[in-house]
Design a protein. Structure first.
Length: 309
């Protein structure tokens, strides 16, 4: 009784295996041209009976499994069996996919008291940054802007440009392709993120406003930075001392400035923040977000992006 109660989906693999066996046997019989007709018919008849015994073969042609077809050619039987095999494979593959989808929908269906599940066809929203409560969005200070740089209207994207700019002249301008932000910090916690994907060689970090305008970020006592050299090398710089971090380039750099603890940390930001480097800092004057773009590549840009909150 248990076997009789099997569903068509459960016996599917068995049917496919049996038809494949029949096809192999018929091909073998077909090659044995001198086999007596009665022997061939008897074997096909017994196989057909075994194949159909106790199973619903509504997908198959009844004439294939009957035993009263001695006049049929073996090639015709082989052809019909191959058609049946194709139909079985197609039908059961479809049934398995449908049953699998139904089981998933049942498992994922929310109860009346639960929240609806997100649409699986849409990308999952990125989670908020763990630094969200300290997130800032600083802006570039035009007074410090190198003559080889230009900024966007919202002052959050800086681009290498050798075209003449209409910015007011300032003796605070950097001689190299560098710029500071207007915001200065002497206490508390701050966090901001910089998109570096459009720049081949860059450095981002912090510096005091008094940093010499003919020096480079990270090469002075009052500046710290993480730098991508464009030659598969990521490093941290301070006081002309380089610490090589590796060869992986971060697409977005997160900067965590904790002036209560006197710490500075750099993160590679993707779906979450991954620590690149952390160091102790001590500054006698407020620190500004600082940026350096390699000036030989016009069009390179860095963007202070909105932190996910």
């Amino acid at each position: 009784m248990a076997a009789a109660k099997k569903s068509i989906t459960e016996v599917g693999p068995e049917l496919v295996d049996l038809v494949e066996q029949l096809i192999d046997i018929v091909k073998n019989l077909q090659s044995q041209r001198h086999l007596p007709e009665s022997g061939r018919d008897n074997e096909l008849s017994s196989l057909g009976t075994a194949f159909s015994g106790g199973m619903d073969l509504s997908l198959a042609s009844p004439k294939v499994v009957t035993s009263n077809t001695p006049e049929r050619k073996v090639s015709d039987i082989l052809h019909d069996l191959e058609e049946i095999l194709g139909k079985l494979r197609e039908n059961f593959t479809w049934k398995e996919a449908l049953d699998s989808q139904t089981r998933v929908e049942v498992l994922e269906a929310p109860s009346s008291s639960s929240c609806p599940l997100p649409d699986q066809s849409r990308p999952t929203p990125k989670r908020a940054s763990r630094f969200a409560q300290w997130a800032i969005s600083p802006t570039f200070d035009l007074r410090s802007l190198s003559c080889s740089l230009g900024v966007s209207q919202d002052c959050r994207t800086v681009t290498v440009s050798h075209d003449s700019q209409s910015y007011p002249w300032s003796h605070e301008r950097f001689a190299t392709c560098q710029v500071l932000c207007s915001q200065a910090f002497s206490s508390g916690h701050q966090y901001w993120e910089v998109d570096t994907q459009q720049c081949s060689h860059w450095a981002v970090g912090v510096a005091s406003w008094g940093m010499s305008r003919d020096h480079i970020l990270g090469r002075t006592k009052d500046s710290w930075c993480v730098e991508w050299k464009g030659t598969s090398q990521l490093s941290v710089w301070h006081m002309v001392k380089e610490t090589v971090l590796g060869s992986d380039r971060p697409k977005v750099v997160g900067i965590w400035l904790d002036l209560e603890e006197g710490k500075l940390a750099f993160y590679s930001v993707a779906t979450q923040e991954q620590l690149l480097y952390e160091c102790s800092i001590s500054a006698s004057s407020p620190l500004h977000p600082a940026f350096w773009l390699y000036g030989l590549h016009p069009g390179n840009s860095l963007t202070i992006r909105q932190v996910k909150v």
